[in-house]
Design a protein around this ligand. Structure first.
Ligand code: PRE
Length: 250
């Protein structure tokens, strides 16, 4: 769909589709135990310093930057400093967002939340030595979460365009609380939490050919996925929406 014809319904539809990517990425990561050396600054080599995950994400982002990934306003690097320039011809991305949106990147919060809060809630303890594969799975989770949460910029733009008169006074007054109230739809949040739990059940069930297969055993606990959305993913998305709206009249 052309960006200028985005509606609240179409951006919500994209958020619903992105739930699939997030849940599948969590299922893939849950395949490995926690593998804590992946995150430890003391697990180092002569070629890099800091945790292996940081190394993997930074190096992957450098490659993807050369391939033009971050020219897309919907993509946000975790390590924006010192990224190499793109080597591909520029694509003319639709200019849907208000330009100051480019300064919003909350990946540091997303990184801290993922490493310090989420991981231990859906990954089993243990160490199987698969640190590089673990880091590769984490990268996919982080990218899916970042894309979803920063999609809040598009959601906020659609909401602003649909009723600017409702948002403008709170933007001018820099009134975060009122903006948060205006953009919150509790019923939608409830539906999101129920749907992601249901998807986690469907995508994460053990599929067997045996009729008596265990349908109660899930690869990622559905109630944990629901909690991720309620406690972190939606609040961070709303934080991006507020930050975006605060810059909307600049
Ligand atoms: O659907 C919206 O209106 C959104 O802003 C997205 C979202 C979400 O993160 O899923 C965030 C805030 C709303 O309260 C409901 C849902």
């Amino acid at each position: 769909m052309a960006k200028n014809s985005l509606t609240l319904e179409s951006v919500r539809h994209s958020l619903i589709r992105q739930e699939d990517s997030i849940i599948f990425s969590l299922i893939e990561r849950a395949h490995f135990p926690i593998n804590s050396p992946t995150y430890s600054p003391s697990h180092v080599s002569n070629s890099f310093s800091g945790p292996l995950l940081r190394f993997v994400v930074k190096e992957t982002e450098a490659l993807l930057a050369k391939a033009g990934r971050y020219a897309n306003p919907e993509e946000h690097p975790f390590f924006p400093e010192d990224l190499p320039p793109s080597v591909v011809p520029p694509h003319n991305f639709a200019k849907f967002l208000h330009p100051p949106a480019a300064s919003i990147n909350i990946n540091k919060d997303i990184w801290d939340t993922y490493i310090n809060k989420l991981l231990q809630l859906f990954v089993a303890p243990g160490d199987d030595g698969n640190y590089a594969s673990t880091a590769a799975s984490d990268l996919v989770c982080l990218q899916a979460l970042s894309r979803r949460i920063h999609y809040g910029k598009l959601v906020a733009e659609v909401k602003f365009r649909e009723s600017p008169q409702e948002y403008e006074p709170a933007i001018r007054a820099k009134d975060r609380d009122t903006l948060m109230k205006l953009l919150t739809f509790e019923k939608v949040e409830e539906a999101v939490m129920n749907r992601v739990a249901k998807k986690a059940m469907m995508f994460g069930q053990e599929v067997t050919l045996n009729k008596d297969g265990n349908h109660e055993k899930y690869k990622v606990d559905p109630s944990v996925v629901s909690r991720f959305y309620g406690d972190w993913i939606m609040p961070l998305t709303k934080h991006v929406e507020v930050e975006y709206l605060l810059r909307r009249l600049d």
